[in-house]
Design a protein around this ligand. Structure first.
Ligand SMILES: NC(=O)C1=CN([C@@H]2O[C@H](COP(=O)(O)OP(=O)(O)OC[C@H]3O[C@@H](n4cnc5c(N)ncnc54)[C@H](OP(=O)(O)O)[C@@H]3O)[C@@H](O)[C@H]2O)C=CC1
Ligand SMILES: Nc1nc(=O)c2c([nH]1)NC[C@@H]1CN(c3ccc(C(=O)N[C@@H](CCC(=O)O)C(=O)O)cc3)C=[N+]21
Ligand SMILES: [Mg+2]
Length: 288
């Protein structure tokens, strides 16, 4: 079998077009476009690239984008003061604090300071709790995008064996919650897991969110599985050029899987599209 390659770039663009139509409707009804504020502390080059991509996509969807780029030495009280100002600003519907933050800042305290109604990342404890309880919430963009791709590939996933590799608060745990909400049988693997290969071999759905290039071997994949690669790892190729690869050995996995996401062009573009969708959702909820 050779897998169908899931085109996350095309799917993300389609979602962005749908969001843009909703944005135009919102603007016509309320006399203003939804607004997203992105906060970046420091100049990590990868983070700067993502923040720029988010700004471009936000404007392309017809929303108002504000980027707050603060020096790496910004103190936690200064950052909290900016968040309080954004919370109080009625033209700001969504707030995203780019992670990771510098080490002298307490990430949990900062994420908890964002108004949960404006928390388009879905990282505030209120939204985490709502997702866990199966209530309506702003859901983290990356796992939400992965779920969309999985449902479009497989249809009903009730009862299916799903494996999430990674247990971070931003990808692994919310991914597991979303799959569970769709009644999959969910296993979460992490760095202490014994025999990852055996878990992968059982899974009809595999989501890898680790950050280790090629961790998941193609030969482990259950034939026909739906394979979602969140990993974004910069490696140096044989030609000496930097390139982006996932956590899954792509070619050998493709030879066994039913569906597989490429890196780049898979989950990444869905994350950006999901952020725009969440911003529109937050704006609508705030005016209603
Ligand atoms: N495409 C996109 O939109 C996005 C991509 N990413 C990418 O996804 C990857 C994961 O991100 P994130 O969740 O933030 O990463 P974290 O570093 O926060 O979490 C990584 C997880 O992987 C687990 N892990 C580490 N080594 C192993 C191993 N050998 N076997 C099994 N599990 C292991 C860790 O286990 P433990 O908890 O035990 O330490 C941890 O739970 C990264 O490459 C990141 O760049 C992230 C967000 C969005
Ligand atoms: N508060 C917060 N929210 C996030 O959602 C968040 C974050 N912090 N910190 C970093 C991670 C990472 N992340 C990605 C977004 C888009 C791509 C993406 O579009 N990738 C392209 C390739 C881009 C490239 O070439 O570098 C692709 O996979 O095709 C990847 C990764 C969001 N994150
Ligand atoms: Mg982390």
């Amino acid at each position: 079998m050779t897998a169908i390659i899931i085109d996350g770039k095309a799917r993300g663009l389609a979602l962005r077009t749908t969001v843009a139509a909703g944005v135009a409707e919102f603007a016509a009804a309320h006399g203003r476009a939804p607004g997203l504020s992105v906060v970046l502390v420091g100049q990590d080059p990868a983070s700067a690239v993502y923040v720029r991509m988010k700004g471009v996509a936000t404007r392309e969807a017809g929303m108002v984008s504000a980027e707050h780029i603060l020096p790496a030495e910004t103190s936690e009280p200064e950052l909290l003061a900016l968040i309080a100002a954004l919370n109080a600003d009625p033209t700001v519907d969504g707030i995203l604090v780019q992670l990771p933050l510098p080490r002298h800042i307490d990430t949990d305290r900062v994420l908890a300071a964002v108004d949960p109604a404006k928390d388009v990342d879905g990282f505030h404890p209120i939204n985490v709790g709502k997702l866990s309880a199966g209530l309506d919430a702003l859901v983290p963009c990356t796992p939400a995008g992965c779920l969309l791709l999985i449902l479009e590939a497989l249809g009903d996933i009730s009862g299916k064996e799903a494996l999430v590799i990674g247990r971070s608060n931003i990808v692994g745990k919310p991914m597991a919650a979303l799959l569970l909400a769709k009644s999959a049988t969910v296993t979460i693997a992490h760095s202490r897991t014994r025999d990852l290969a055996a878990h992968v071999a059982r899974a009809e759905i595999v989501v890898a969110a680790v950050g280790v290039a090629g961790l998941v071997k193609g030969e482990w994949i259950r034939p026909g599985a739906c394979v979602i690669d969140v990993g974004t790892n910069r490696v140096t190729g044989a030609d000496g050029k930097a390139r982006l690869v996932g956590d899954i050995e792509f070619e050998p996995a493709r030879a066994r899987a039913g569906w597989i996401t490429p890196v780049p062009g898979g989950v990444g573009p869905m994350t950006i599209a999901g952020l725009l969708a969440n911003t529109l959702q937050a704006a609508k909820a705030r005016v209603s």
